[in-house]
Design a protein around this ligand. Structure first.
Ligand SMILES: [Zn+2]
Ligand SMILES: [Zn+2]
Length: 133
């Protein structure tokens, strides 16, 4: 602990907790959080982009709150954001389920695998058996 540069505004501040922003930025973040929470209360099926626009809160900040568990995506099923690996809709963590499974299993992630996964995401809903005569 001691003096640190604020991640929000860059000012030097006396860091007394694990937070990486100064008290002013922290207050601003809280203010935005309450605006977001109020908006969600009235718009349960808002998307993350709608929410971001309406509350003037960066999408990255909203994603951070979702990851921290401050915003519950089970109450707001439309609040998904793109998987950092393949861009598929994700409701928790950094990656979608298939990517997370792959990562936890410890498979080597090659570009090839990522491309295949991305393609299969795009073809979602097209899992019909094609019949050839
Ligand atoms: Zn600051
Ligand atoms: Zn993914």
């Amino acid at each position: 602990m001691g003096l640190a540069n604020c991640k929000g505004c860059g000012r030097l501040y006396n860091q007394q907790t694990h937070l990486d922003v100064c008290p002013q930025c922290r207050m601003e973040e809280e203010r935005q959080f309450y605006a977001v929470r109020d908006y969600l209360r009235e718009h349960r099926r808002s998307t993350i982009y709608e929410l971001s626009d309406s509350t003037e809160t960066p999408v990255s900040l909203i994603i951070k709150w979702i990851r921290e568990g401050r915003i519950s995506t089970s109450d707001h099923p439309e609040l998904h954001y793109p998987c950092e690996s393949c861009g598929a809709p994700t409701l928790e963590g950094k990656y979608c389920k298939p990517c997370k499974d792959r990562l936890t299993k410890g498979f080597e992630q090659t570009k090839q695998e990522l491309t295949e996964h991305r393609n299969s995401e795009q073809q979602r809903g097209a899992y019909y058996h094609r019949r050839k005569d």
